[in-house]
Design a protein around this ligand. Structure first.
Ligand SMILES: [Zn+2]
Length: 471
């Protein structure tokens, strides 16, 4: 693997948002190399080259972020460039090689993702271009007049993780990785397995034994990743894979990988583009490991500074009540970092010690955001409402909509606010949760149990009469 390249170091505690900032801070240093992207430590400002495979600052252990050189245009001109690329996303193409990247709703925003990669070098399915659903009955359930559902479960492997994984696997190829690995509650492993297969790189996945939804585990196996069921929880998996990666020479694509965080920014940029760059009042999203909250914050910061939007929407990060250290921290004014033993039906956000805590805290502060939590019963009821609207999502996704309902009820979100809620995973990701909710003896408020009938038309006629309200 390439050795670390000390490009330049930052002043302690300073957060640098792009290369121009770095250059301004270090104006006294001559002979700066001309690079579009560097990796910068969040904590101390130490910088690594774009192709350095390490995932933490070698000086202080802090997390790394990508800093790109500012694009040559901004405002109207940048909007026009991004909108012109929508022509490439029409489905009249064969998806393979460079055409996939051109059609991708991730690589469309390459100026903010990874500018130096050309179409042929991107490992793309393609991904993104996910729908923004208006469903009145879901809005009514949440108690808000304008609610749009950004459904990132419509990505190739069925979750938002594909937006980050296309960039991470592209990077894995660029650094010549012999294998890639991640720890995951499920969606990440499914996405990694799919993109590693596309890239032709062997993949190793660490998942907590007996804690992963069936659909996700099945995908991971099907796409061909070597799957290790670890007798422990997600936090044990994360520690193992972090400790092991450097020693074994494996490229790690966990949520702390800065290339994944960069890729996840495309979701917000796509939402803004779908709304003709007229930002909503609120964007609500499920919050577990806080990688997405961090990415959303970074994307909004960039969209504002590049003149793509006039004002920043407020973020609402929603945790499950049984896995809500960040919500607890928010209520306490973030005086200290909290950790809990996570317990929730929403396995994708069942995380007790979120990795991206500091970045997410910054995202909430900068967007005048709010963090809340919702009970499992509310998550499942929100999910049933979303499912019954013909949209469908996995349990963790529904936390965003359940959180909107709570915030409307508490008067934090106005009833006439324009709200976008992110759905992170497809309804088939967790078939077990569906079958249990709608079981014949289910006490759940929106349960739709199957009806057993005799093989006779009379029986079926009675069901049809009840269904259509006949007397
Ligand atoms: Zn550092």
């Amino acid at each position: 693997m390439p050795a670390a390249r000390r490009v330049f170091s930052g002043r302690s505690g300073q957060i640098l948002s792009d290369v121009s900032d770095v250059v301004r801070v270090h104006a006294g240093i001559s002979n700066l190399p001309s690079v579009p992207t560097i990796q910068v430590c969040d904590d101390c400002g130490h910088s690594l080259g774009e192709l350095d495979p390490r995932l933490a600052c070698p000086d202080c252990g802090g997390l790394l972020s990508l800093a790109h050189d500012a694009p040559d245009v901004r405002g109207d001109a940048l909007r026009a460039r991004l909108d012109a690329r929508l022509d490439d996303a029409r489905p009249n193409y064969v998806a393979g090689g460079a055409t996939a990247a051109r059609a991708s709703g991730g690589w469309r925003f390459r100026e903010r993702i990874l500018p130096s990669v050309d179409d042929a070098a991107a490992v793309s399915q393609p991904e993104g271009n996910t729908p923004l659903f208006a469903r009145e009955r879901v809005a009514r359930w949440a108690g808000v007049s304008s609610l749009l559902l950004k459904h990132d479960g419509h990505n190739p492997s069925g979750s938002f993780k594909d937006r980050g994984m296309t960039v991470a696997l592209t990077q894995a190829k660029r650094v010549g990785a012999r294998a890639v690995a991640c720890a995951s509650t499920g969606n990440t492993s499914a996405s990694l397995a799919a993109y590693a297969s596309l890239a032709g790189i062997p993949a190793l996945v660490f998942v907590p034994a007996s804690q992963v939804a069936l659909g996700k585990l099945a995908q991971t196996l099907g796409y061909g990743a070597r799957t290790l069921l670890v007798r422990g929880d997600f936090d044990d998996c994360l520690r193992l894979v972090r400790d092991g990666a450097e020693r074994l020479g494996i490229y790690l694509v966990n949520s702390v990988n800065p290339f994944r965080i960069a890729g996840q920014q495309s979701c917000v940029l796509e939402i803004l583009q779908q709304l003709a760059w007229d930002a909503p009042d609120w964007i609500a999203l499920p919050a577990g490991n806080l990688g997405n909250t961090s990415a959303f914050g970074a994307a909004l910061r960039a969209a504002k500074s590049l003149g793509l939007i006039d004002r920043v929407p407020r973020l609402l990060a929603v945790q499950a009540a049984g896995a809500a250290p960040f919500a607890q921290g928010f209520r306490e004014g973030f005086t200290e970092r909290r950790r809990v033993k996570a317990d929730t039906v929403a396995t994708a956000i069942k995380i007790g010690d979120p990795a991206s805590w500091d970045r997410a805290r910054r995202a909430i502060a900068e967007s005048d955001g709010v963090v809340t939590d919702v009970r499992d019963a509310d998550i499942l009821e929100a999910k049933a409402a979303i499912d019954a609207a013909g949209v469908g999502c996995e349990p963790a996704s529904a936390a965003s909509v359940a959180g909107v309902r709570r915030m409307v009820a508490e008067g934090v979100i106005d009833r006439d606010a324009r709200v976008v809620a992110l759905l992170t995973g497809h309804v088939l990701k967790d078939p077990g949760a569906l079958v249990e909710y709608h079981a014949p003896d289910s006490p759940r408020p929106l349960a739709n149990a199957p009806i057993e009938v005799d093989a006779s038309l009379d029986d079926i006629a009675r069901v049809v009469d009840r269904l259509t309200g006949a007397p």
